[in-house]
Ligand binder design. Sequence first.
Ligand SMILES: C[C@H](O)[C@@H](O)CC(=O)C(=O)O
Ligand SMILES: [Mg+2]
Length: 404
Amino acid sequence: MLQKITHLTVRDVRFPTSLEQHGSDAMHMDPDYSAAYVVLDTDSGLKGFGLTFTLGKGTEIVVRAVQALAGLVVGKSLHDIVSNFRGFYRLLTSDGQMRWVSWDGSETHKGFSIFNLSAPWWLLDFFPSEDLFNCIDFSHLLEDLMMNQGYPAYTTSCAWLGYSDQQLKQLCTDALQHGWTRFKVKVGADLEDDIRRCRLIRQMIGPSNTLMIDANQRWDVAEAISWVTRLAEVKPLWIEEPTSPDDILGHAAISKALAPLGIGVASGEQCHNRVMFKQFLQASALQFVQIDSCRLGSVNENLAVLLMAHKFKVPVCPHAGGVGLCELVQHLILFDYICVSADLSGRMCEYVDHLHEHFTSPAVIQNAHYLTPKDPGYSCEMLESSVKRHEYPEGDVWKLQINK
Ligand SMILES: C[C@H](O)[C@@H](O)CC(=O)C(=O)O
Ligand SMILES: [Mg+2]
């Protein structure tokens, strides 16, 4: 149990998803799904893995944040971390010089998230399984349903903003055949396009399946209310990120205006700390909490939000549109169900069907449910061959793009 972290490597890994408009929305028309990817070496030869999701160039900033925090991690032993998880987290988030840049801000939280993502790996890999199981009181847990059926999911992969109507139809047909019943459509750039695309999807999925819409912060408050009112005919369950993700009172006003139409407000993928979530919940500014395993700095911060959402009786429907997010967030939502909410009403976890082949233990979907991951760790180890090929700018994939 005295293993020490001896070395940290952080790499800038990017996938050229913008070439086919995968992941595109009203504010991010050319997303290259990317990750700052960390490997921790230990003196026992074991390794730890962590990643945080970014879009293309944004990775450079997070890589620098990780480098700046590395000195707080290298040299630590398992005992140092596990004996006081909160203390370790506070150490990362409270560095006297770093905190001035952006205490509880988005970039630093993305940096923190990488290190704390290593914690489940340490815990699960170093604890003999009998010790681990001896720690847990399994009475009254609800794991059977999760083991047999899995956690309900919805798909965003049919209707990215840059997809043609033809693509939309084909992908929606395929998804229905595979048992999907919940669909999210990107909106917000052009109202007439949105009406046409949403009608098309509603027509294909029928009245009893679920449809959500996502504007990725495109509108002002009044514009959001009038735009979504025009889309009410397709009966969306929620409008996601209708306006600036920092505008708590704006979200509250939109929630109030849309409630009579039966449309809720969902947000959280750009909500970067627990204090913001606290105020969103206090102000009744959202009806669906969308935690993001990488936007919030670490497991620790996500746990605080899961507990607050439970207190306010607001369902948690995690964000997973990015590389590695499905792999990570499936662990958090299982924890939420088994240990916090014990409730599936109004709950589902996002799934996007991109880039899973680059992971050693990818998320598995069956009949529109996340199957419970059984491999140890936090499912975020990437295949070394994939990392090498996609590392920016020297990987083969990028050399090819740059020389085109
Ligand atoms: C840029 C990302 O693909 C974003 O559009 C994802 C998102 O908003 C979602 O999955 O929700
Ligand atoms: Mg979204």
